[in-house]
Design a protein. Structure first.
Length: 277
């Protein structure tokens, strides 16, 4: 076997894997959503795709170093002028440098087509947020069942009974939602849906009297008004009426960000108006 050939093939194959992982990481939902919904692609989670991307990238760099070593003469030739004198800034090198510089500068300046690529990425992640839903708070899946029920006003005892009645195995109150989900092959989101009824004695009463969290819930801006009302059991028509009285034009299928933008305000202001209902 020839090390030079192996090096070139490793670099080529690693590059192919990096292209695939880059594509997956481009379309993957935001971390909080991916972990909450148990998102997977080709059977692998966001974390696993990220790990593959990092380690394959290191392998690619090592192979590239060896490839440079074995092909040093060719590289020197590329950097030589017509007189075969070593000149770093050849026309070809300058063209490559300009292309890379335009890409970096265009990205930082937010001009097309670079901004369009980022906008598509943001749009994909926003649609994923609407599709899979937002966790009650950041990294809720890492909370123990006891902490999660406390933060969401749920009855711990009733929650454990609900999970067991649904056929899920729970070792104890200190087990995290991620661990419960992994052992039962379900997402943390599914666990929350299973124990949602356990909060009737606490949160539901608060909601019916018009109480909402002091600060905006996670993913508030990406929710449509209808989704927000459904999540906190608010009457959509009443909410729309109150917003109209506050000179805020809105529709149930609009996201909070859209409503705020079209009314020259910010999502926090919209939230405060809704809280007053």
């Amino acid at each position: 076997m020839k090390i030079r050939k192996i090096t070139s093939l490793v670099a080529a194959l690693a590059f192919v894997v990096m292209v695939l992982t880059s594509f997956v990481l481009y379309i993957v939902p935001q971390g909080r959503i991916a972990y909450w919904a148990g998102w997977k692609f080709l059977g692998l989670s966001k974390t696993q795709w990220g790990d593959i991307h990092i380690n394959t990238g290191i392998l690619f760099l090592l192979a590239l170093v060896l490839h440079t070593y074995y092909n040093w003469r060719s590289i020197v030739h590329y950097l030589s002028n017509a007189s075969k004198q070593l000149t770093v800034f050849t026309r070809e090198f300058n063209a490559a440098l300009i292309l890379v510089g335009v890409c970096v500068a265009g990205t930082l300046m937010g001009i097309q087509p670079f901004s369009g690529i980022l906008d598509i990425n943001a749009g994909i992640k926003d649609r994923a947020a609407l599709k899979y839903g937002e966790p009650p708070y950041g990294h809720a899946e890492l909370s123990s069942l006891k902490l999660f029920t406390q933060k969401n006003g749920l009855s711990l005892e009733k929650s454990m009974l609900e999970l067991k009645a649904a056929g899920y195995t729970v070792t104890g109150e200190k087990e995290t939602l991620a661990s419960i989900g992994q052992s039962n092959k379900i997402s943390p989101q599914k666990i929350f849906e299973t124990i949602r009824d356990a909060k009737q004695t606490n949160i539901d009463k608060t909601i019916k009297t018009g109480g909402l969290p002091d600060s905006t819930p996670s993913g508030f801006g990406r929710m449509t008004l209808k989704q927000f009302c459904n999540r906190f059991e608010l009457n959509l028509d009443t909410t729309l009426s109150r917003l109209e009285k506050a000179n805020i034009r809105a529709a149930g299928d609009q996201t909070i960000k859209q409503i705020a933008s079209e009314n020259n305000t910010i999502p926090m202001e919209v939230y405060e108006i809704i809280k007053s209902i």
